[in-house]
Write a protein that binds this ligand. Sequence first.
Ligand SMILES: C[S@@+](CC[C@H](N)C(=O)[O-])C[C@H]1O[C@@H](n2cnc3c(N)ncnc32)[C@H](O)[C@@H]1O
Length: 362
Amino acid sequence: MIELKTNHIYHGDCIDILKELPSKSVDLIFADPPYNMQLKKELYRPNNTKVDGVNDDWDKFSSFQDYDNFCISWLEECKRALKDTGTIWVIGSYHNIYRIGNIMLNLGYWILNDVTWHKSNPMPNFLGTRFTNATETLLWCSKGENYKKYTFNHKLMKQYNGGKQMTSVWNISLCIGNARIKGEDGKKAHSTQKPEELLKRVILSTTKQDDIVLDPFFGTGTTGAVAKKLGRKFIGIEREKKYIQIAKTRLKNINSLLPESSWIETLKEEQPKVPFVNLVRKNIIGIGEFLYTPIRYNKQAEVLSNGNLHYEDTNGSIHKIGAIIQQTSSCNGWKFWHIFKNSKLLLLDDLRMQYIRTEYKI
Ligand SMILES: C[S@@+](CC[C@H](N)C(=O)[O-])C[C@H]1O[C@@H](n2cnc3c(N)ncnc32)[C@H](O)[C@@H]1O
Protein backbone atom coordinates (compact mmCIF):
# COMPACT_ATOMS: atom_id res chain seq x y z
CA MET A 1 0.00 0.00 0.00
CA ILE A 2 1.14 3.55 -0.67
CA GLU A 3 0.49 6.52 1.53
CA LEU A 4 -2.75 8.24 0.52
CA LYS A 5 -1.72 11.68 -0.68
CA THR A 6 -4.56 14.11 -1.28
CA ASN A 7 -4.46 17.06 -3.65
CA HIS A 8 -1.95 14.99 -5.54
CA ILE A 9 -1.69 13.48 -9.04
CA TYR A 10 -0.21 9.99 -9.29
CA HIS A 11 1.55 9.25 -12.55
CA GLY A 12 1.04 5.76 -13.97
CA ASP A 13 -1.48 3.16 -14.96
CA CYS A 14 -4.62 3.55 -12.89
CA ILE A 15 -4.99 -0.18 -12.22
CA ASP A 16 -1.48 -0.39 -10.73
CA ILE A 17 -1.99 2.70 -8.61
CA LEU A 18 -5.55 1.89 -7.52
CA LYS A 19 -4.28 -1.49 -6.24
CA GLU A 20 -1.89 0.40 -3.96
CA LEU A 21 -4.51 2.70 -2.43
CA PRO A 22 -5.86 1.76 1.02
CA SER A 23 -9.29 0.09 1.10
CA LYS A 24 -12.33 2.21 1.95
CA SER A 25 -10.36 5.43 1.77
CA VAL A 26 -12.17 7.74 -0.67
CA ASP A 27 -15.61 9.35 -0.54
CA LEU A 28 -16.33 9.77 -4.22
CA ILE A 29 -14.94 8.50 -7.51
CA PHE A 30 -15.48 10.24 -10.81
CA ALA A 31 -14.23 8.18 -13.74
CA ASP A 32 -14.06 9.35 -17.35
CA PRO A 33 -12.38 6.28 -18.88
CA PRO A 34 -11.26 5.72 -22.48
CA TYR A 35 -14.26 5.43 -24.78
CA ASN A 36 -12.76 2.68 -26.97
CA MET A 37 -14.13 4.54 -29.99
CA GLN A 38 -12.79 2.00 -32.47
CA LEU A 39 -12.12 4.76 -35.01
CA LYS A 40 -11.00 3.14 -38.23
CA LYS A 41 -10.25 6.18 -40.38
CA GLU A 42 -9.98 9.97 -40.26
CA LEU A 43 -13.20 11.98 -40.43
CA TYR A 44 -13.49 15.08 -42.62
CA ARG A 45 -16.02 17.91 -42.69
CA PRO A 46 -17.80 18.78 -45.97
CA ASN A 47 -15.22 21.59 -46.48
CA ASN A 48 -12.44 18.97 -46.29
CA THR A 49 -11.04 20.07 -42.92
CA LYS A 50 -10.15 17.21 -40.61
CA VAL A 51 -12.35 16.58 -37.56
CA ASP A 52 -10.25 16.63 -34.41
CA GLY A 53 -11.86 13.57 -32.79
CA VAL A 54 -10.70 11.11 -30.14
CA ASN A 55 -7.92 9.28 -31.91
CA ASP A 56 -5.44 9.05 -29.05
CA ASP A 57 -3.34 6.01 -28.21
CA TRP A 58 -4.90 5.91 -24.76
CA ASP A 59 -8.26 5.18 -26.39
CA LYS A 60 -7.07 2.14 -28.35
CA PHE A 61 -7.74 -1.45 -27.27
CA SER A 62 -7.06 -4.58 -29.29
CA SER A 63 -10.59 -5.95 -28.88
CA PHE A 64 -13.83 -5.46 -26.96
CA GLN A 65 -12.70 -8.26 -24.65
CA ASP A 66 -9.46 -6.41 -23.96
CA TYR A 67 -11.47 -3.27 -23.13
CA ASP A 68 -13.88 -5.20 -20.90
CA ASN A 69 -10.99 -6.82 -18.99
CA PHE A 70 -9.44 -3.40 -18.45
CA CYS A 71 -12.76 -2.01 -17.14
CA ILE A 72 -13.37 -4.97 -14.85
CA SER A 73 -9.93 -4.44 -13.25
CA TRP A 74 -10.21 -0.73 -12.59
CA LEU A 75 -13.85 -0.96 -11.48
CA GLU A 76 -13.00 -3.76 -9.02
CA GLU A 77 -10.21 -1.67 -7.51
CA CYS A 78 -12.44 1.41 -7.34
CA LYS A 79 -15.00 -0.57 -5.35
CA ARG A 80 -12.32 -1.62 -2.90
CA ALA A 81 -10.96 1.93 -2.51
CA LEU A 82 -14.42 3.44 -2.01
CA LYS A 83 -15.78 3.96 1.51
CA ASP A 84 -19.04 2.14 2.22
CA THR A 85 -20.76 5.52 2.30
CA GLY A 86 -19.16 6.52 -0.98
CA THR A 87 -20.48 6.48 -4.54
CA ILE A 88 -18.99 6.38 -8.00
CA TRP A 89 -19.82 8.24 -11.21
CA VAL A 90 -18.73 6.82 -14.55
CA ILE A 91 -19.25 8.82 -17.72
CA GLY A 92 -19.31 7.36 -21.20
CA SER A 93 -20.83 7.56 -24.66
CA TYR A 94 -22.88 4.96 -26.54
CA HIS A 95 -19.55 3.38 -27.53
CA ASN A 96 -18.72 2.17 -24.03
CA ILE A 97 -21.37 2.98 -21.42
CA TYR A 98 -23.48 -0.14 -22.00
CA ARG A 99 -20.46 -2.42 -21.62
CA ILE A 100 -19.46 -0.51 -18.48
CA GLY A 101 -22.98 -0.57 -17.05
CA ASN A 102 -23.11 -4.33 -17.52
CA ILE A 103 -19.71 -4.78 -15.86
CA MET A 104 -20.70 -2.58 -12.93
CA LEU A 105 -23.88 -4.52 -12.32
CA ASN A 106 -21.94 -7.80 -12.48
CA LEU A 107 -19.52 -6.41 -9.88
CA GLY A 108 -22.40 -5.65 -7.54
CA TYR A 109 -22.59 -1.89 -7.95
CA TRP A 110 -26.11 -0.49 -7.55
CA ILE A 111 -27.25 2.12 -10.07
CA LEU A 112 -28.77 5.17 -8.36
CA ASN A 113 -29.23 7.27 -11.49
CA ASP A 114 -28.28 7.30 -15.13
CA VAL A 115 -27.84 10.97 -15.82
CA THR A 116 -27.98 12.17 -19.40
CA TRP A 117 -25.61 14.96 -20.26
CA HIS A 118 -27.38 16.75 -23.09
CA LYS A 119 -24.81 18.78 -25.01
CA SER A 120 -26.32 22.09 -26.04
CA ASN A 121 -23.68 22.52 -28.76
CA PRO A 122 -22.91 19.01 -30.08
CA MET A 123 -20.61 18.24 -32.98
CA PRO A 124 -22.79 17.72 -36.10
CA ASN A 125 -22.92 14.37 -37.85
CA PHE A 126 -20.83 15.52 -40.81
CA LEU A 127 -21.64 12.58 -43.04
CA GLY A 128 -25.37 12.93 -42.51
CA THR A 129 -25.66 9.19 -41.93
CA ARG A 130 -27.10 9.30 -38.39
CA PHE A 131 -28.76 11.67 -35.96
CA THR A 132 -26.41 14.19 -34.36
CA ASN A 133 -25.11 12.47 -31.27
CA ALA A 134 -25.82 14.99 -28.51
CA THR A 135 -25.58 13.02 -25.28
CA GLU A 136 -23.32 11.15 -22.91
CA THR A 137 -24.43 9.10 -19.94
CA LEU A 138 -23.24 9.24 -16.36
CA LEU A 139 -23.92 6.19 -14.21
CA TRP A 140 -24.08 7.11 -10.54
CA CYS A 141 -23.76 4.02 -8.35
CA SER A 142 -23.37 2.96 -4.75
CA LYS A 143 -21.28 -0.07 -3.78
CA GLY A 144 -24.37 -2.29 -3.69
CA GLU A 145 -28.06 -2.53 -2.99
CA ASN A 146 -27.55 -2.46 0.78
CA TYR A 147 -25.17 0.50 0.87
CA LYS A 148 -27.77 3.12 1.61
CA LYS A 149 -25.89 5.71 3.68
CA TYR A 150 -24.45 7.57 0.74
CA THR A 151 -24.30 11.36 0.42
CA PHE A 152 -26.93 13.04 -1.71
CA ASN A 153 -27.45 16.76 -1.15
CA HIS A 154 -31.03 16.86 -2.31
CA LYS A 155 -31.95 20.28 -0.90
CA LEU A 156 -28.79 21.85 -2.14
CA MET A 157 -29.33 20.63 -5.69
CA LYS A 158 -32.92 21.80 -5.63
CA GLN A 159 -31.71 25.17 -4.54
CA TYR A 160 -28.98 25.12 -7.20
CA ASN A 161 -31.73 24.40 -9.72
CA GLY A 162 -33.73 27.50 -8.81
CA GLY A 163 -36.05 25.77 -6.31
CA LYS A 164 -37.11 22.88 -8.58
CA GLN A 165 -35.97 19.31 -8.08
CA MET A 166 -33.11 18.64 -10.49
CA THR A 167 -33.84 15.96 -13.07
CA SER A 168 -31.46 13.39 -14.50
CA VAL A 169 -31.14 15.35 -17.75
CA TRP A 170 -28.43 17.99 -17.57
CA ASN A 171 -28.17 20.58 -20.33
CA ILE A 172 -24.58 21.69 -20.40
CA SER A 173 -22.49 22.88 -23.31
CA LEU A 174 -19.26 21.24 -24.44
CA CYS A 175 -16.10 22.73 -23.01
CA ILE A 176 -15.25 25.47 -25.51
CA GLY A 177 -13.81 29.00 -25.69
CA ASN A 178 -11.57 30.20 -22.89
CA ALA A 179 -12.49 27.24 -20.70
CA ARG A 180 -10.87 24.86 -23.20
CA ILE A 181 -7.18 24.46 -22.40
CA LYS A 182 -5.00 25.03 -25.47
CA GLY A 183 -1.47 23.91 -26.29
CA GLU A 184 1.27 26.19 -27.59
CA ASP A 185 0.00 25.54 -31.14
CA GLY A 186 -3.39 27.02 -30.15
CA LYS A 187 -5.11 23.63 -30.57
CA LYS A 188 -7.03 21.93 -27.78
CA ALA A 189 -4.60 20.33 -25.35
CA HIS A 190 -6.79 17.28 -24.67
CA SER A 191 -9.40 15.72 -26.92
CA THR A 192 -12.01 15.08 -24.20
CA GLN A 193 -11.76 17.83 -21.56
CA LYS A 194 -15.06 17.88 -19.68
CA PRO A 195 -16.95 21.07 -18.74
CA GLU A 196 -16.51 22.20 -15.15
CA GLU A 197 -20.29 22.59 -14.78
CA LEU A 198 -20.66 18.82 -15.15
CA LEU A 199 -18.19 18.16 -12.35
CA LYS A 200 -19.71 20.90 -10.27
CA ARG A 201 -23.04 19.10 -10.24
CA VAL A 202 -21.39 15.74 -9.55
CA ILE A 203 -19.29 16.99 -6.66
CA LEU A 204 -21.87 19.34 -5.13
CA SER A 205 -24.57 16.68 -5.17
CA THR A 206 -22.61 13.75 -3.78
CA THR A 207 -19.89 15.01 -1.45
CA LYS A 208 -19.48 17.08 1.66
CA GLN A 209 -16.87 19.70 2.36
CA ASP A 210 -13.37 18.14 2.82
CA ASP A 211 -14.41 14.81 1.28
CA ILE A 212 -11.85 13.02 -0.89
CA VAL A 213 -12.68 12.76 -4.60
CA LEU A 214 -10.67 10.28 -6.67
CA ASP A 215 -10.39 10.49 -10.47
CA PRO A 216 -8.49 7.56 -12.02
CA PHE A 217 -8.50 9.17 -15.51
CA PHE A 218 -7.50 12.68 -14.54
CA GLY A 219 -6.71 14.15 -17.99
CA THR A 220 -6.56 17.94 -17.71
CA GLY A 221 -7.66 17.76 -14.08
CA THR A 222 -11.24 19.01 -14.38
CA THR A 223 -12.24 16.97 -11.32
CA GLY A 224 -9.35 18.36 -9.29
CA ALA A 225 -10.09 21.93 -10.38
CA VAL A 226 -13.72 21.77 -9.32
CA ALA A 227 -12.94 19.85 -6.12
CA LYS A 228 -10.46 22.54 -5.17
CA LYS A 229 -12.93 25.32 -5.92
CA LEU A 230 -15.58 23.62 -3.78
CA GLY A 231 -13.34 22.87 -0.82
CA ARG A 232 -12.99 19.12 -1.42
CA LYS A 233 -9.75 17.14 -1.64
CA PHE A 234 -8.78 15.32 -4.80
CA ILE A 235 -6.60 12.43 -5.89
CA GLY A 236 -5.81 12.14 -9.58
CA ILE A 237 -4.28 9.29 -11.55
CA GLU A 238 -3.08 9.84 -15.11
CA ARG A 239 -0.77 7.85 -17.33
CA GLU A 240 0.32 10.65 -19.70
CA LYS A 241 2.93 13.06 -18.32
CA LYS A 242 1.89 15.83 -20.73
CA TYR A 243 -1.62 15.90 -19.23
CA ILE A 244 -0.27 15.86 -15.69
CA GLN A 245 1.74 18.97 -16.50
CA ILE A 246 -1.36 20.69 -17.90
CA ALA A 247 -3.41 19.70 -14.85
CA LYS A 248 -0.74 20.91 -12.43
CA THR A 249 -0.60 24.33 -14.09
CA ARG A 250 -4.40 24.50 -14.10
CA LEU A 251 -4.64 23.59 -10.42
CA LYS A 252 -1.88 25.97 -9.38
CA ASN A 253 -3.88 28.86 -10.83
CA ILE A 254 -6.89 28.08 -8.65
CA ASN A 255 -6.21 29.72 -5.34
CA SER A 256 -9.60 30.44 -3.92
CA LEU A 257 -12.72 28.51 -3.05
CA LEU A 258 -15.93 29.46 -4.78
CA PRO A 259 -17.34 31.70 -2.04
CA GLU A 260 -20.62 29.80 -2.18
CA SER A 261 -18.93 26.70 -0.81
CA SER A 262 -18.89 28.33 2.61
CA TRP A 263 -22.66 28.56 2.80
CA ILE A 264 -23.94 26.02 0.41
CA GLU A 265 -24.10 23.09 2.81
CA THR A 266 -25.25 24.89 5.91
CA LEU A 267 -28.25 26.50 4.28
CA LYS A 268 -31.11 24.37 5.52
CA GLU A 269 -34.20 26.10 4.17
CA GLU A 270 -35.21 27.21 0.72
CA GLN A 271 -33.68 30.51 -0.24
CA PRO A 272 -35.98 33.50 -0.01
CA LYS A 273 -36.49 35.36 -3.28
CA VAL A 274 -34.42 38.53 -3.43
CA PRO A 275 -35.22 41.28 -5.91
CA PHE A 276 -31.98 42.78 -7.24
CA VAL A 277 -33.20 46.28 -6.32
CA ASN A 278 -32.98 45.32 -2.61
CA LEU A 279 -29.21 45.18 -2.92
CA VAL A 280 -29.24 48.63 -4.48
CA ARG A 281 -31.54 50.01 -1.74
CA LYS A 282 -29.23 48.61 0.92
CA ASN A 283 -26.26 50.22 -0.80
CA ILE A 284 -24.61 46.85 -1.26
CA ILE A 285 -24.49 47.77 -4.93
CA GLY A 286 -24.25 51.45 -5.81
CA ILE A 287 -26.32 53.30 -8.39
CA GLY A 288 -24.06 53.86 -11.41
CA GLU A 289 -21.80 50.91 -10.57
CA PHE A 290 -20.95 48.56 -13.42
CA LEU A 291 -21.72 44.86 -13.65
CA TYR A 292 -19.53 42.64 -15.82
CA THR A 293 -20.33 39.57 -17.91
CA PRO A 294 -18.09 36.47 -17.98
CA ILE A 295 -14.92 37.27 -19.93
CA ARG A 296 -16.06 35.47 -23.07
CA TYR A 297 -18.82 38.06 -23.62
CA ASN A 298 -16.68 41.00 -22.50
CA LYS A 299 -19.61 43.38 -21.84
CA GLN A 300 -20.62 45.64 -18.99
CA ALA A 301 -23.85 47.30 -17.89
CA GLU A 302 -24.65 50.15 -15.50
CA VAL A 303 -26.87 49.76 -12.42
CA LEU A 304 -29.89 52.10 -12.33
CA SER A 305 -31.70 53.34 -9.21
CA ASN A 306 -34.75 51.11 -9.89
CA GLY A 307 -32.59 47.96 -9.98
CA ASN A 308 -32.58 47.73 -13.74
CA LEU A 309 -29.44 47.69 -15.87
CA HIS A 310 -28.58 50.06 -18.66
CA TYR A 311 -26.85 48.26 -21.55
CA GLU A 312 -26.22 49.99 -24.87
CA ASP A 313 -29.64 51.54 -25.62
CA THR A 314 -31.70 49.10 -23.54
CA ASN A 315 -32.81 49.08 -19.92
CA GLY A 316 -33.95 45.87 -18.24
CA SER A 317 -33.51 43.45 -15.37
CA ILE A 318 -30.25 41.60 -14.74
CA HIS A 319 -31.96 38.54 -16.23
CA LYS A 320 -33.28 40.26 -19.34
CA ILE A 321 -30.02 42.01 -20.22
CA GLY A 322 -28.11 38.79 -19.51
CA ALA A 323 -30.35 36.94 -21.95
CA ILE A 324 -29.93 39.66 -24.61
CA ILE A 325 -26.15 39.44 -24.39
CA GLN A 326 -26.13 35.65 -24.56
CA GLN A 327 -28.84 35.63 -27.24
CA THR A 328 -30.86 33.14 -25.20
CA SER A 329 -34.52 33.16 -24.21
CA SER A 330 -33.75 33.37 -20.50
CA CYS A 331 -30.88 33.93 -18.12
CA ASN A 332 -30.35 33.72 -14.39
CA GLY A 333 -28.75 37.14 -13.96
CA TRP A 334 -27.50 36.25 -10.47
CA LYS A 335 -25.26 33.58 -11.93
CA PHE A 336 -24.23 35.64 -14.95
CA TRP A 337 -23.16 39.07 -13.74
CA HIS A 338 -20.07 39.98 -11.72
CA ILE A 339 -19.13 43.06 -9.75
CA PHE A 340 -15.86 44.49 -8.45
CA LYS A 341 -15.68 44.56 -4.65
CA ASN A 342 -12.43 45.27 -2.83
CA SER A 343 -10.57 44.85 -6.13
CA LYS A 344 -12.00 41.36 -6.59
CA LEU A 345 -14.50 40.23 -9.19
CA LEU A 346 -17.45 38.65 -7.36
CA LEU A 347 -20.37 36.73 -8.79
CA LEU A 348 -23.63 38.58 -8.11
CA ASP A 349 -25.06 35.41 -6.63
CA ASP A 350 -22.45 35.50 -3.87
CA LEU A 351 -23.51 39.03 -2.93
CA ARG A 352 -27.11 37.84 -2.93
CA MET A 353 -26.18 35.06 -0.51
CA GLN A 354 -24.35 37.48 1.76
CA TYR A 355 -27.49 39.61 1.76
CA ILE A 356 -29.70 36.62 2.58
CA ARG A 357 -27.42 35.55 5.40
CA THR A 358 -27.45 39.00 6.94
CA GLU A 359 -31.14 39.71 6.46
CA TYR A 360 -32.42 36.29 7.45
CA LYS A 361 -29.67 35.54 10.00
CA ILE A 362 -28.91 32.16 8.42
C1 LIG B 1 -11.56 10.62 -21.31
S1 LIG B 1 -10.05 11.26 -20.77
C2 LIG B 1 -10.43 12.13 -19.26
C3 LIG B 1 -10.54 13.63 -19.46
C4 LIG B 1 -10.77 14.39 -18.18
N1 LIG B 1 -12.03 14.06 -17.55
C5 LIG B 1 -10.71 15.90 -18.40
O1 LIG B 1 -11.72 16.61 -18.16
O2 LIG B 1 -9.67 16.38 -18.85
C6 LIG B 1 -9.25 9.83 -20.20
C7 LIG B 1 -7.87 10.07 -19.63
O3 LIG B 1 -7.41 8.86 -19.03
C8 LIG B 1 -6.05 8.67 -19.29
N2 LIG B 1 -5.85 7.21 -19.25
C9 LIG B 1 -6.21 6.30 -20.17
N3 LIG B 1 -5.90 5.06 -19.75
C10 LIG B 1 -5.34 5.18 -18.53
C11 LIG B 1 -4.84 4.28 -17.57
N4 LIG B 1 -4.83 2.97 -17.83
N5 LIG B 1 -4.37 4.77 -16.41
C12 LIG B 1 -4.37 6.11 -16.16
N6 LIG B 1 -4.81 7.01 -17.03
C13 LIG B 1 -5.31 6.56 -18.20
C14 LIG B 1 -5.83 9.28 -20.67
O4 LIG B 1 -4.49 9.67 -20.83
C15 LIG B 1 -6.80 10.45 -20.65
O5 LIG B 1 -6.17 11.64 -20.24
